[in-house]
Design a protein around this ligand. Structure first.
Ligand SMILES: [Zn+2]
Length: 301
């Protein structure tokens, strides 16, 4: 496989997929996948992936996520709240901007953006339908396809943990389509897990970027880097020895506690919930101790 950015045929097999969550589904839909790395571009691509299989994988794992309990103070979800704080440190949130989010899942960035800017037109692509009670929310489709999806003119595109899920062969086309849809001075916010640092190569992640590779990609496609940051260091964490079983147990434990919290908080007064929510959601910073990369880019003319 040639590099999709520089077209070099010297991509190498340096990394390989490990067993992640949803083992049965992963085996079913990603039987023959591998990883090729372009050392020059510092991007790694999933090979032998079939688009239909990726869609079916998401369908099968999303089945039970639609009927979540009401979660108060969702705008302070640590991942999204932390992202918005990062963003407004660099960019002003103007009135009446049009924001497109790709893959908000059942929450997304809108509640947290609304703390700082009430007047937003929000568009999104996801297989899940958002239940927010805000005005001016438009679902554009189940997923963004650069060949068929129509985009309105946009001021800001938000991709929180979605860039690493794109079919590699669509990557360049997708970013070019975003470039076309963005207004003059339009921005993209991206957060991705720093999988290369942690050596976590799991499906359904299909692209693995290093910080340098991520900036190069956007610079090459006519964007200016406004901010790029690696968050959470890996020095004291031994990720390579972390077995996947342990990781899965952790995720289950967390979601059990989360479920318990969601259940209990419906019966107790706001001021206690607020105190707990602030402490629990915000003091944890950007959602987890896992290293992430954040990037804000601006469209060049
Ligand atoms: Zn390359």
């Amino acid at each position: 496989m040639n590099c999709l950015l520089c077209n070099s045929n010297e991509t190498k097999e340096i990394f390989s997929y490990k067993e992640g969550s949803f083992v049965t589904e992963s085996k079913k839909y990603f039987a023959n996948v591998g990883i090729r790395t372009c050392e020059n571009c510092k991007i790694s691509y999933c090979t032998n992936i079939i688009k239909e299989n990726l869609d079916n994988y998401y369908k099968s794992i999303y089945q039970n996520t639609q009927n979540k309990k009401k979660d108060r103070f969702k705008e302070f979800n640590s991942r999204f709240f932390s992202q918005v704080l990062f963003f407004i440190n660099h960019v002003k949130l103007h009135k009446n901007i049009k924001v497109l989010e790709v893959g908000p899942s059942n929450l997304g960035i809108l509640p947290s953006l609304k703390i700082f800017q009430e007047k937003i037109y929000y568009y999104y692509f996801d297989q899940i339908t958002l239940k927010h009670k805000f005005n001016n929310i438009t679902k554009l489709g189940d997923y963004f396809d650069p060949d068929t999806s129509k985009l309105p003119e946009i001021d800001l595109i938000w991709m929180s943990h979605s860039l690493e899920h794109i079919i590699p062969k669509d990557l360049i086309k997708i970013i070019k389509t975003y470039h076309d849809a963005l207004k003059k001075g339009g921005k993209i916010f991206i957060e991705i897990p720093n999988d290369v640092k942690t050596k976590s190569f799991n499906v359904p992640h299909t692209l693995f970027f290093e910080k340098e590779g991520l900036s190069k990609l956007f610079e090459k496609l006519n964007f200016k880097i406004l901010a790029i940051s690696e968050i959470n260091s890996v020095e004291h964490l031994n990720f390579s020895n972390l077995k996947n079983e342990n990781k899965n147990t952790k995720i289950e434990k967390k979601s059990f506690l989360n479920k318990l919290y969601l259940f209990i908080q419906t019966f107790i007064p706001d001021k206690y919930v607020k105190k707990y929510a602030f402490k629990h959601f915000i003091s944890n910073g950007p959602n987890s101790n896992f290293p992430i990369i954040r990037l804000i880019v601006e469209k060049k003319d």
